[in-house]
Design a protein around this ligand. Sequence first.
Ligand code: NAP
Length: 337
Amino acid sequence: MNHLLHLKHQDRIGWIGLGEMGYNMANNLQRYLASLHLKLTVWNRTPAKSQKIHRHGAHVAKNLEELVATSNIIFTSLSNDAAVEEIYAQLIGYAEQVEHSIIFVETSTIYPTLATQLSQKILSLPQKHSYLQCPVFGRPPVAKAAKLIWVTSGGDEKIIKKMCLYFTTMSKSIIHLKTPDVAKACSFKLVGNFFVVGSMEVLAEGLTLAEKSGVHQEDVLKFIEAFFPAPAWLEYSRKMVDGHVSGKDSGFSVDLGLKDVGHMRQLAKEKDASLPTADLAYSHLKSVQDKGLGAQDWTSLINPLRTASKLPSMTGVAPVIEHEERHAAVATAVREE
Ligand SMILES: NC(=O)c1ccc[n+]([C@@H]2O[C@H](COP(=O)([O-])OP(=O)(O)OC[C@H]3O[C@@H](n4cnc5c(N)ncnc54)[C@H](OP(=O)(O)O)[C@@H]3O)[C@@H](O)[C@H]2O)c1
């Protein structure tokens, strides 16, 4: 590495991954840094997605090597374990060569063992780098509103305290697991997502029974609003009844959902716990994916239940915008700004 930098006291923050979650989180952080006349350095595999945040003042790194050389804090938000593994293999390679220490903050939903492996590799380097596993709860619109629930693990009290300054720019609450065991945060996230997907499974079954019984769906929604006014219940029941999700804030795909539900089932198996509701949700999501509809919002898990009950599919469940279309949308948005 020929552009080694001796970082001063001031934090220099890098961000990798500008997807549905990453962009919204990074943008809020960039807004905070801009108020201090500082800027985030970003990198995304698809360069077009970096342009919008560049317009908001962020610096776009030429490559990962530059980002590592110029950052002493690096956040990552990546789709799945394979992406996290691939990017961290490169990050660790560069982190081995710098003279400064870096705090890595991994926010993706990944399997606990991967977090442990990454943490061990990073902590074994002589630079005294740190690795925090900090999964987040909340969908992209929640990330945009800086109202995520942030979970912390890894590091020590001093590092977590310092990093909270940045976490609060993206979240409404922070749950500190107070443990160096980064696998715990991944398990915590999978338990939380189990409550979400379990709620969806219950809602899908109940709404299907209501329709078969001639009970008006809008009346069921009124009951949910009065009796179970939790955001996830309100949002997912409304989506299932309306049969569509809107535009860019289209939520969570069946493909990503299967990753999470697969992980929670694997964790349950590994820990000798039983998770039958996740098994059911998995089979419904898988059946949607097998039809080539893995890009649909995961509320479409209601459709296999409807089919089994001889009801028509909710065809209005809009597909999550495909990557290519998203890139085109970003390019258009940039041109229009
Ligand atoms: N969406 C949600 O509601 C939600 C909520 C909480 C947590 N999460 C978790 O947050 C993470 C990000 O989710 P998301 O919804 O933002 O996903 P997303 O929109 O699909 O974005 C994924 C990001 O990962 C990058 N990526 C994927 N494979 C890569 C690779 N091999 N090398 C480099 N970059 C790669 C993508 O780059 P490109 O732009 O080049 O494709 C993109 O920046 C996931 O782990 C997800 O489970 C999501």
